[in-house]
Design a protein around this ligand. Structure first.
Ligand code: KG4
Ligand code: ZN
Length: 326
């Protein structure tokens, strides 16, 4: 695959478009977050998300083109998140990408959103080279994968229940913090003592994760504190965050030991977490930590992943469907 890639991402509540060249330089990356719109409901409302994607997608794409100083006629390939995600939200991106590509007879690359998170560190000035291990922790998924070549990733271990981001969001709700919860817990935890509460680090398997018990333990800790829970919120947040980060780091350490791979990358919204970003630097191997805007959902990682994939030529993709699960 060659040339300039326009990436489009609408799997959840971020409407995003980006331009990435074949060397992996991000020429522009625009993300319109709907988080504020969903905050009052305490989470993403799928129907509202689809409607806003529809309203925003053209403007976001135009903005990405303008910031990169290019026109649609300069694009060589269109890449789009095909799944996993909210089906109505994905459909907006897929339809828009098909329309842009088809009217110009351009090739289209359907991209797995999680592959985007896995290869986020291949973008920019200091790209990670395979073989590497990648810890992906987002709102819907948490896994450790082995990447021997950038077109594919092999999941070695994953969460058996909640994702790490989901654990952050649910914990934040129990602590009375807003949505999305991860950034709020991250901020509050800085003022607390991570050793104040002894919360469980469940180990369901050598490389698998489980976060649902941790969330329940936080619920009980808050209940036991009664009226004083409010004044201990920072300690609770710090202890809860430490438990999540410990679980992520310990499985990653095991995966490095078992595979002997000596490069680590991290990705997904939880990779924006300040404590996790710090903790992975102590694993004894070189670590690629993407800038925060490439950790949370964005279209640059989708265009980036497309560089490694086989494009579908026009008109083969006209029957392409979005997929809530891949
Ligand atoms: O990758 P992402 O943007 O969307 C999904 O693909 O799910 O991840 C969103 C998740 C949310 O659960 C959010 O709370 C979490 O990433 N997150 C964080 C931080 N920033 C975002 N979690 C912990 N600390 C953060 N600073
Ligand atoms: Zn994501």
């Amino acid at each position: 695959m060659s040339g300039l890639v326009l990436g489009i991402e609408t799997s959840c509540d971020e409407t995003a478009a980006a331009l990435v060249d074949e060397e992996g330089h991000v020429r522009s990356s625009v993300v319109a977050s709907q988080a504020d719109l969903h905050a009052r409901y305490g989470g993403v409302v799928p129907e509202i998300a689809s409607r806003h994607h529809l309203e925003l997608i053209d403007a976001v794409t135009a903005d990405a083109l303008e910031r990169a100083g290019v026109r649609l006629d300069d694009i060589d390939t269109v890449a789009v998140t095909r799944g996993p995600g909210l089906i109505g939200a994905l459909l907006v991106g897929v339809s828009s990408a098909k329309a842009i590509a088809a009217t110009r007879g351009l090739p289209l690359v359907p991209v797995d959103h999680l592959h985007g998170h896995v290869v986020a560190s291949t973008l920019g000035e200091n790209p990670v080279e395979p073989p590497f291990l990648c810890l992906v922790a987002s709102g819907g998924h948490t896994f450790v994968a082995r990447v021997e070549e950038p077109a594919v990733y092999e999941v070695l271990g994953q969460t058996l229940d909640d994702a790490a981001g989901e654990a952050f969001d649910k914990g934040a709700r129990l602590l009375g913090l807003g949505y999305p919860g991860g950034p709020a817990v991250d901020r509050l935890a800085r003022e607390g003592d991570p050793g104040a509460f002894d919360l469980p680090r469940s180990a369901p398997g050598e490389l698998d994760f489980s976060f649902s018990g941790l969330k329940t333990a936080l619920l009980y800790a808050i209940r036991d504190l009664g009226d004083s829970a409010q004044s201990r919120a920072a300690d609770l947040a710090a202890s809860y965050q430490r438990a999540i980060v410990d679980a992520l780091v310990s499985r990653t350490r095991t995966a490095l030991e078992l595979t002997g791979i000596e490069r680590l990358a991290i990705g997904g919204g939880v990779a924006a977490n300040s404590e996790l970003r710090q903790a992975v630097t102590g694993l004894g191997v070189p670590v690629w930590v993407p800038p925060v805007e490439l950790c949370t959902d964005n279209a640059a990682m989708i265009a980036g992943a497309a560089r490694f994939l086989e494009p579908v030529e026009y008109p083969g993709y006209l029957s392409l469907d979005a997929a809530a699960r891949l």
